[in-house]
Design a protein around this ligand. Structure first.
Ligand code: NDP
Length: 255
């Protein structure tokens, strides 16, 4: 017998940046628990093809194309989903980018791109979605944070600033929206072998350091983020609010 606490049947989940990597894996995870999925990305053809593949595999999938850094496009996209597809019960703020340089050399344009894509976007999308969740008196928001919400790391200071911001924005969402029946929590991955980390995966020295630094002694697999995402999207977490769950093989628990 299935545990209905984790069941996402009759729920619709929008996952930003879900054409690959962690976002796509979370889409599959939530779909396996019964959710209808709305995929998102910037490239219409990619999003459409990803949705078609998931549909062919038996899942209920729609898509909406917008760049999460474009507030007007975000608002128009959310309105279209709510009007033409249906209510968004679950929002996963996942879209993100990474750029690397020592902080003393970091270009202002790169700083702005990282802050816009990783932090401001969470405000844009969550506000647009929450305006629909508030009158309904319910909703789940899962913000993808990072171990860098907590820890510094050379060459990625702006990313660290943004992800720290996402973790604290999560607490602000809890403070403002808990009274409307909305739970906003963070899911903070450790290191996962996605396109974003391709150069690190190919760097043997980095991989050796990572394994040594991680009690689990390995990279994470994107499927290993699904359980926490399902928990935070489901009735099982109805009294969990403003929390950050680290799924990092123990990295942030040990020095
Ligand atoms: P990927 O680079 O593999 O995927 C990023 C996704 O985001 C793509 O689907 C891309 O879609 C989308 N995207 C990027 N920019 C935008 C934008 N402006 N508007 C809409 N969509 C956008 O990254 P990961 O899967 O590795 O990372 C996903 C999230 O997890 C990010 O927030 C990242 O910071 C976080 N994270 C990742 C970790 C890891 O180890 N990989 C660790 C900790 C956190 P498209 O290009 O088609 O538009």
């Amino acid at each position: 017998m299935q545990n209905s606490l984790f069941c996402l049947k009759n729920k619709r989940a929008l996952i930003t940046g879900s054409t690959q990597g962690i976002g796509l894996s979370l889409a599959y995870g939530l779909a396996a628990s019964g959710a209808a999925i709305v995929l998102n990305g910037r490239n219409e053809e990619r999003v459409r093809e990803t949705a078609a593949k998931m549909r062919a595999e038996g899942h209920t999938v729609d898509y909406v194309v917008f760049d999460v850094t474009d507030q007007a496009a975000v608002q128009a996209g959310i309105e279209r989903v709510e009007r033409e597809i249906g209510p968004i019960d679950i929002l996963i703020n996942n879209a993100g980018i990474q750029r690397r340089a020592p902080l003393e050399d970091f270009a202002a344009e790169s700083w702005a791109a990282i802050l816009e894509t990783n932090l401001s976007s969470v405000f844009y999308v969550s506000q647009a979605v929450a305006r629909h969740m508030i009158p309904r008196g319910r909703g789940k928001i899962v913000n993808i944070c990072s171990v860098q919400s907590l820890l510094g790391r050379p060459t990625i200071a702006p990313y660290t600033a943004a992800k720290g911001g996402v973790a604290n924005l999560t607490k602000g969402m809890c403070a403002d929206w808990a009274k409307y029946g909305i739970q906003a929590n963070g899911l903070a991955p450790g290191y996962f072998a996605t396109e974003m980390n391709r150069a690190l995966v190919e760097n043997e020295e980095f991989s050796a350091w990572l394994c040594k630094r991680t009690p689990a002694n390995r990279w994470g697999k994107v499927e290993e983020l699904q359980g926490a995402a399902i928990f935070l999207s489901s009735a099982a977490s109805d009294f969990v609010n403003g929390q950050i769950i680290y799924v990092d093989g123990g990295m942030t628990s040990c020095v």
